[in-house]
Structure formats: structure tokens, C-alpha cells
Design a protein. Structure first.
Lengths: 579, 334
């Protein structure tokens, strides 16, 4: 090691660093290192403090039933950029315990709770290890491979009952009036009251007893039915007058166990299923999933397909951001006018999606090794007119109407501040991270597709308040238009698909983590294949979900009116949060 | 008192109440259509020509809706609150004249219900009552959002009543009377908005806060408090709150027009007294348009900033305006 290269710029070889604690993962198709669970905290702490792996992107578990093992997979990144460092901890299925990483990375909080909820892995030292997506009385851990739903038919689709003979019946029909829920033994739904509400209320911070005023603390549930939570999301808030003392997010009302269904589906069947995650940005979701599976398959889409993909992803980013700004203003109390102006532009982009994919929102447009249909010249012409003429004008219009509005500034500036350190520790991503002064963008940090050839700047703002999160979306819209202008200028002719389109793709065994810079942040798909037509593990690192970790930091000390705007400035979609 | 006078009063009162309730219905339509145009939409245009029957459809829907009373609510207060809110807004315009005198069938009829010599005082007193309805609604619902909304509106309305009252002082000093008729007559040649721009501004802002309109619609802030004090109300009780809000909008527009924009005064009103109500109607329509325009354009101000604005800017400004006006009146009019 030469003196010139500082440690933080090195990619460490963990086997040299921790000879007896770490070994490389040598399974075919796998990468990274296996760490003994007793050494995990020590290894990760050194990696974070000395080698700059300060960003914990993803924590998830895999149930390797045939081997009788559970595995927790960590994806660590440097906010300076570069590839992932993958760490794995293996443990016997009977004793799934690992030390929690929450003391090192607060961003692990929700993901570890999710892994506990769905896989039953116990994270020791986690401050608040409760179920997060399932309800408290739920029996079992649904993502374990030996867990079966009440109407279990078969391990994997396509189910024999529906295909290929075409004779369709549903398992529900065999037991028409039966329960579709399994209860744990001794559980009576009639008499049960949820214990988790009390648990939430108890951990909330209240007004201190020493306070001279002896002010009473008011606990208010904002949601799940609330006009400003953008869906069925619930914030339990303790208030002193109108000031927020503490806040606990409660989610899972829209939970449908996306990952379990994804593991039943074939690889291709998951493509339309990813549309349903963040239903505003189905193209970006497709992109991330396609990248992950393509990594496993080792295919690369042809040049034209790459351009089309980037075009769709950037159009998606534009429509998401303009929508987010419109609805942020709605949360600030502007009666729908900015939102409707935003929707007008969004409709124009949706027209293009409809023209290429046949659907406005659930596009299902990407395929492994390409895209589903070609973009015709007149659609391209439409895009050209949009990105050179109409959309830049509309961004400027938004800017002019909103940016210097006195009430907007007064409501947004200095409110809901998230510092850069907090943002990194909380694994915030996307506009939330960049508005806090961290210029981290997957498109530049670990370029995928053709982003390394395109000219654009990573937008960054430094105050970390609502106003900057609003401004950064404007900046990113302008950068997206810049990318789009290059794409429509340079798009080559050629095929749009590597190989033949096929219903059943062959995916060799192995694991892959594909991540894209989605409009809401880093969208990652962790896919494990065992060579069968269905993924063995299909995990989504949902940016909306993990960005919510920062909500508490932003909201403490703010007013009730602010928390609504703060939530709007994070820009969540519940389809993705709850999965 | 002859019987004719009695019937005249009854008929005029009925006309006022009917005009106000019809005005409420069409103010909602007016608002929806104007906001729709601002928001590049069309707005309701299905029920009747140009959507003119939309308020009727809305009314029928609300009448037939189920009325829910929360189990934990204080039943009596819950029932009374909408009534307490709506009554003051119906009676407040009794002292606002809509014209001078006309002659119908040889009988001289004054185009106003009454002209008491403390009309302004009456307006202030009655306006203050409606806050009871709102705070009681918030309290009686036994709902935290409603309670927060009720508390907010109490604080807001009490704070802004001061600024509102002080904005009245200018016109009163200039006209030398508390009667609205005298104030309007004093504006025969020059509207008070020219002489009292600060008071006009104060009145406009304070009245927005007083009737809970954007950007001061804190008590019912939909985004934070779901609906504020009327979160638990449904059916006709809910409609009564809305009725109160819209009638109050019309009322503050009428009062504001009378205080600052010359009321029913306008060209040729001396010769054709029937033009008076028309002028007043036009002024109210423009005033309402501005209120609707603001709602469609501006985000909401945060509650604590609203109180700051009320106490630290508008209240001192109102005091200053009153003092300066008094000085000038004494020096000039001496």
C-alpha cells in the first residue's frame, strides 16, 4: 500500500484485514464476504470509520431452507461512490440471531424490523424490534420458505390448475366460507385488542415533569385516514400545544407481501408486478428489476434499448418530481392549483408511456435484455417537442410562481432540517439525501446503463430543509431534461432486444443487487436465483420506506402544520412503503 | 306602529334571509367555477344550464345524508353549535343598507331593514358570537382534530377581532357616525378606500381571518386537521357550518363595500334608487372574486405566524391608523 492513496479511497480486502473473522463467499454466482455474527459489529465499525463505508444501503435476510441456514445480507457503500461491499452473516435456522446495526447506522432500523417481521431474524440490540408491516397478532414469519398461506396451492407459478390446460379454479372456491387468515393458537379476534398501540404510546416522549407549566401532552394519530399522509400511513404524534415532541411512524396498512408473491412468480411475471411498488414511477421500478436480473443472466441490452430505457427513466423522474412539487404545495395549503398545473404536464408524459407500452401507469415495458416495444419516430418527435420546448418552459413557470412566494418561503425555509450526517446515517437517498448536501447519485456513483456517457450534473443543495428539498426537485427536473435532450438527439437505430423475447428466461444460480437512482431515491432489487424459473429470494429496497427513517429527525420540534409539509417533502408512495 | 310597517319589516327580513341563503348556495357555485377556471378545469356544469342547479343538487344530497353524532359527543352542544354559528351570520347584515328609499304603490320604502345609530357596534357584537359556535363544535365533538381546530379558531378570531375593530375606526371618524347609512352617505363623492387605504387593507385581511378563508383558513386546515372543528359533522349540520362560512363571506363583503367602497352609491343612484342594490351586488361579487382568487392561489400561513401577524403587525398598525386619522380629522375638520 502506497502512502499516496488514503485509506478511504481503497477497496479493502477483508480477508487480509480480518484474517480469522471473515472469509470470501465462494458459492458460484455469489460475491462478498461471510462474517461470523460475533464479529459483525467490529468488522462493520472498522469499515465505516476507517474505510469510509458510511452508507448502509440494504439489509435483508434470505432463508436457505435446504441448507438449514438463514442469511442476513448487508450492502455497504461509500458516499464517495464506488461499488458495494457485500457482507453476509449466516446462522442456523433454529437460532436466527444477529447483532443489530442500528447503533452504527440508524438507517438499519426499519429494514431490520422488516427482516424480523417477515423472516423472524432477531436483531439483538435493536431499540424497537416490533413487527412493522404485518399486524401484531400475526402467526409465523411469511417469508420463511416453510410458511404457507391459508390458500396455499403450490410453491411456484404457473400453477398447474391454471396452465397449460386452461382449466381455472381458485383455492378459495374449495373452501368458500372458510377463513382466509390463520390465527396463532389461543387467539380470539373478537376479544383481542392490539397491543402495539399501547406500545407505541408508551415509547413516545412526553412533556417533561420538571417543566414549570405542567403542560399536558396530547397524543394525536395523524392517519391512517388522513388527507395529507398520501395514502394509509399513520404518524403517532405527541404534542405540546402545537409543537411536536415525538413521532412514531406506523405503516403496513397497504401490505400485501410483495416479496412472497414475487418469489412465487416467475422472473418475467415479476416485471409487471414491480409496477405496483411505486405506482407513479413504474418505468424506474422496471429498470431496477431488469438490471438485477440481467446481472444474473449476464445479458446486456442493445444500444437503442439502453437509450430508450434512459429516456423512460428520466421522463419518469420528471413526472414524479413535478407531481411531488405540486402536492407539496397542496400540503402547504395551496388549494390544488399547483397540483393541477403539475398534473397537466404529467398527463403529457403519460401519453408517451401509453403510446410505447399501452398503459399509462402500469407500464410493464422493460424486458430482460431490452424493452418490450420499439419507440416509433412520431413518438420520438413528440418527446423531442416536449423536452426541448414545453417542459423547460413549464419548469421555469413553476419556478417563477412558487420559488419566491413569500408564504412558501416562510413555511419551508429552515423547517424540517436534516443534516448531512443524519441523512447518511439514516440511509436517506435521492432528493432527501442530496438536499442535505451529500452529492450522492447512483447514476454517477456507480453508473449503470449509459449514464456514464451522458452529460449532467448531480444536483445538490446544502440546507436540508423543506425549501431545499423543493428546490432540488426543480434542479433535478432541469438535469433530467438535459439528459433527455441528449438522448433524443443521439438515439441510434437498431434492435431493441438481445436475443429472442421469451416467456421463461433461464437465470443461472447466484445473487445480484441491481440498483437505480429512482425519482424517490435509491431503488434496489436483491434477487437470488437457484436456477429454477422462480427467484428464490426477491427483495426490494424501497426508497420511500427507508427515507421515512428521517421523518422523526425532521419533525421533532416542528409544528403540526410542518409535519405534513415535511412528509410531503420526503415524497413517499405507500405502495412502495408497505409493499 | 301601524300594521303596514310591521309587515314591511317581516317582508324585508324574509328577503334578507332568502337572499343570503340563496347567496350562500350560489357563492359555492361561484367559487367552484372560478377556482376551476384558475386551475385549468371546467368545474361543475352538468346540473342545469352552466351548472346553475348544482347548489340544488348539493342541497338535496346533504339533506338526505345520514346525520351521525359521535358516541362520545356532548349531544346538546353538538346539536346547538351549528345553529349558534349560522344565526349571527344571518342577522349581521340587518344593518347594512342596500339602497336609499323607493316608492312602491305610493308608500315610501327604505331599502334597508333598520338603520340603528350604533350599527357598527352591532356588527362587531354579532360577529363575535359566531366564535362560540365554532369552539363549542370543536369541544362537543370529542375529537382531537376538532378540538385543535376549535382552539385555533378561537385564538384566531379573538386576535383578529381587534384589528377588525380598529379598521372600523377610520371610516367612523371620517363620517362622524356609527350608523352605516351615514357612513355611506359620507362617501357620496369620494370612497373611503382612497382616504383610508391602510384601514381598508386591515379590514380586508382581518375579515379573511374572521371568516376563516385562505390563506388564514387555519381552523379547518384540511391538510393538517382533516377538517378542523367540523370534522365530526355530517349531513345538514355540516351544511350549516358551510352556510355560515359563505354567508359570512357575503356579509363581510357587504360591510366592507359599505365602509370603504361607497356601499350602494354609484352613478345615477340618486335618480334611480333601484340601482343601489345592483351596485352593491356588483361590489360584493368583485369582493368575493378576490377572496376566491386568494384561496386558489396562496398556501396557508402557519398558525403561529398568523398570530404574530395579528398581534405584532396588524394590531399596532390599526392603532397607529386610528391615531393618525383622529389627528387629521381634528386638524382639518376642526
Amino acid at each position: 500500500m502506497s502512502e499516496a492513496v488514503p485509506r478511504i479511497a481503497q477497496i479493502p480486502n477483508l480477508v487480509d484485514l480480518f484474517p480469522d473473522k471473515v472469509q470470501p463467499d465462494t458459492r458460484p454466482g455469489y460475491q462478498g464476504y461471510l462474517v461470523g455474527r460475533e464479529h459483525l459489529l467490529e468488522v462493520v465499525q472498522r469499515l465505516r470509520d476507517e474505510y469510509g463505508y458510511d452508507y448502509l444501503s440494504s439489509v435483508t435476510g434470505v432463508d436457505y431452507l435446504p441448507e438449514g441456514k438463514m442469511e442476513v445480507v448487508y450492502h455497504l457503500y461509500k458516499t464517495l461512490g464506488g461499488p458495494a461491499l457485500v457482507l453476509k452473516v449466516q446462522m442456523p435456522r433454529e437460532d436466527p440471531r444477529v447483532p443489530s446495526l442500528v447503533p452504527l447506522y440508524r438507517g438499519a432500523e426499519f429494514q431490520e424490523r422488516e427482516a424480523w417481521d417477515l423472516l423472524g431474524i432477531r436483531f439483538e440490540g435493536h431499540p424497537d424490534l416490533r413487527r412493522i408491516l404485518m399486524w401484531e397478532g400475526f402467526a409465523g414469519f411469511p417469508l420463511r420458505k416453510d410458511w404457507r398461506e391459508p390458500y396455499f396451492e403450490e410453491e411456484a407459478k404457473p400453477f398447474k390448475s391454471r396452465w397449460p390446460e386452461g382449466f381455472v379454479f381458485r383455492a378459495e372456491d374449495r373452501n368458500p366460507f372458510g377463513d382466509n387468515v390463520q390465527y396463532p393458537p389461543g387467539f380470539d379476534p373478537e376479544t383481542w385488542t392490539p397491543p402495539d398501540d399501547e406500545a407505541i404510546y408508551r415509547v413516545l416522549k412526553r412533556a417533561s415533569e420538571e417543566d414549570d407549566l405542567h403542560a399536558d401532552t396530547l397524543v394525536v394519530n395523524l392517519g391512517p385516514q388522513h388527507p395529507s399522509t398520501h395514502g394509509v400511513f399513520r404518524m403517532v404524534v405527541s404534542l405540546s400545544e402545537e409543537t411536536i415532541l415525538d413521532l412514531k411512524p406506523v405503516m403496513g396498512y397497504l401490505h400485501r407481501n410483495h416479496e412472497k408473491i414475487g418469489e412465487r412468480n416467475t422472473f418475467l411475471q415479476n416485471m409487471p408486478f414491480t409496477d405496483r411498488l411505486d405506482y407513479l414511477c413504474s418505468m424506474s421500478n422496471n429498470f431496477g428489476y431488469a438490471l438485477a436480473v440481467e446481472k444474473l443472466m449476464g445479458v446486456k441490452p442493445p444500444e437503442r434499448a439502453e437509450y430508450i430505457r434512459v429516456m423512460m427513466a428520466e421522463l419518469t423522474r420528471f413526472l414524479n418530481h413535478i407531481f411531488a412539487i405540486g402536492f407539496l404545495l397542496n400540503d402547504l395549503g395551496a388549494y390544488f392549483t399547483p397540483a393541477l398545473y403539475a398534473i397537466e404536464e404529467r398527463e403529457l408524459i403519460l401519453d408517451i408511456f401509453e403510446a410505447v407500452s399501452g398503459s399509462r401507469m402500469m407500464c410493464n415495458y422493460f424486458r430482460f435484455g431490452g424493452v418490450a416495444r420499439d419507440v416509433s419516430p412520431d413518438i420520438l418527435e413528440k418527446v423531442r417537442r416536449l423536452v426541448y420546448d414545453r417542459l423547460p418552459r413549464k419548469v421555469d413557470e413553476m419556478d417563477e410562481f412558487l420559488t419566491r412566494n413569500e408564504i412558501v418561503r416562510e413555511r419551508c425555509e429552515g423547517v424540517g432540517v436534516l443534516t448531512a450526517e443524519q441523512a447518511i446515517a439514516n440511509s436517506a437517498s435521492g432528493p432527501v439525501l442530496r438536499a442535505s448536501g451529500v452529492p450522492y447519485d447512483v447514476r454517477r456513483a456507480e453508473p449503470y446503463s449509459i449514464y456514464d456517457r451522458l452529460e449532467f450534473d448531480v444536483a445538490v443543495r446544502y440546507h436540508g430543509d423543506i425549501y431545499d428539498r423543493y428546490l432540488i426537485r426543480l434542479d433535478e427536473m432541469r438535469q433530467s431534461l438535459r439528459i433527455l435532450q441528449q438522448v433524443v438527439r443521439d438515439i441510434p437505430e437498431g434492435p431493441i432486444m438481445t436475443g429472442k423475447p421469451q416467456y421463461q428466461v433461464r437465470v443461472p444460480p447466484g445473487e445480484a443487487y441491481g440498483r437505480v437512482e429512482g425519482p424517490k431515491g435509491e431503488l434496489g432489487f436483491y434477487v437470488v436465483s437457484n436456477g429454477k424459473p422462480n427467484p428464490w429470494r426477491y427483495h426490494v429496497r424501497a426508497p420511500s420506506f427507508i427515507n421515512l427513517t428521517s421523518l422523526v429527525d425532521m419533525a421533532r420540534g416542528a409544528k403540526v402544520a410542518d409535519v405534513v409539509a415535511i412528509l410531503g417533502s420526503i415524497d413517499i408512495v405507500l405502495g412502495e412503503v408497505d409493499r | 306602529m301601524d300594521a303596514g310597517l310591521f309587515w314591511e319589516w317581516v317582508i324585508k327580513s324574509l328577503i334578507i334571509v332568502l337572499m343570503l341563503t340563496a347567496g350562500f348556495a350560489y357563492a359555492t357555485l361561484y367559487e367552484r367555477r372560478v377556482i376551476a377556471r384558475i386551475q385549468v378545469r371546467i368545474g361543475p356544469n352538468r346540473a342545469g344550464p352552466f351548472g346553475l342547479l348544482q347548489p340544488v343538487a348539493d342541497g338535496i344530497k346533504l339533506i338526505f345524508k345520514e346525520e351521525l353524532t359521535p358516541a362520545g359527543a356532548d349531544k346538546v352542544l353538538f346539536f346547538l353549535a351549528p345553529i349558534i354559528t349560522v344565526l349571527p351570520s344571518l342577522v349581521i347584515t340587518a344593518v347594512v343598507p342596500w339602497g336609499d328609499t323607493v316608492v312602491i304603490g305610493g308608500r315610501v320604502i327604505r331599502l334597508y331593514l333598520t338603520d340603528i345609530n350604533v350599527g357598527i357596534l352591532y356588527i362587531l357584537a354579532v360577529a363575535s358570537i359566531s366564535v362560540y359556535g365554532i369552539v363549542l363544535a370543536g369541544w362537543a365533538s370529542n375529537n382531537k382534530y376538532a378540538l385543535l381546530g376549535g382552539l385555533r379558531s378561537t385564538a384566531q378570531m379573538i386576535s383578529y377581532e381587534l384589528a377588525l375593530g380598529l379598521s372600523f375606526v377610520g371610516p367612523i371618524l371620517l363620517a362622524g357616525s356609527l350608523s352605516l347609512m351615514d357612513i355611506i352617505n359620507a362617501q357620496k363623492h369620494l370612497w373611503f378606500v382612497v382616504l383610508q387605504p391602510a384601514a381598508f387593507l386591515l379590514y380586508f385581511l382581518a375579515s379573511l381571518a374572521e371568516v376563516n378563508r385562505a390563506p388564514f383558513d387555519m381552523p379547518e386546515a384540511e391538510q393538517e386537521l382533516t377538517a378542523g372543528y367540523h370534522a365530526e359533522y355530517s349531513g345538514m349540520k355540516f351544511a350549516l357550518f358551510f352556510m355560515a362560512e359563505y354567508i359570512k363571506m357575503i356579509a363581510v363583503a357587504m360591510i366592507g363595500a359599505s365602509l370603504f367602497l361607497g356601499g350602494f352609491m354609484g352613478p345615477f343612484v340618486d335618480r334611480f334608487p333601484w340601482l343601489g342594490p345592483v351596485y352593491l351586488f356588483l361590489k360584493v361579487a368583485v369582493w368575493l372574486f378576490v377572496m376566491i382568487w386568494l384561496r386558489a392561489t396562496l398556501p396557508r400561513i402557519r398558525y403561529d405566524r398568523l398570530m404574530q401577524l395579528g398581534w405584532k403587525v396588524m394590531f399596532p398598525l390599526g392603532l397607529l391608523n386610528a391615531v393618525v386619522t383622529a389627528f387629521v380629522v381634528v386638524l382639518v375638520g376642526g
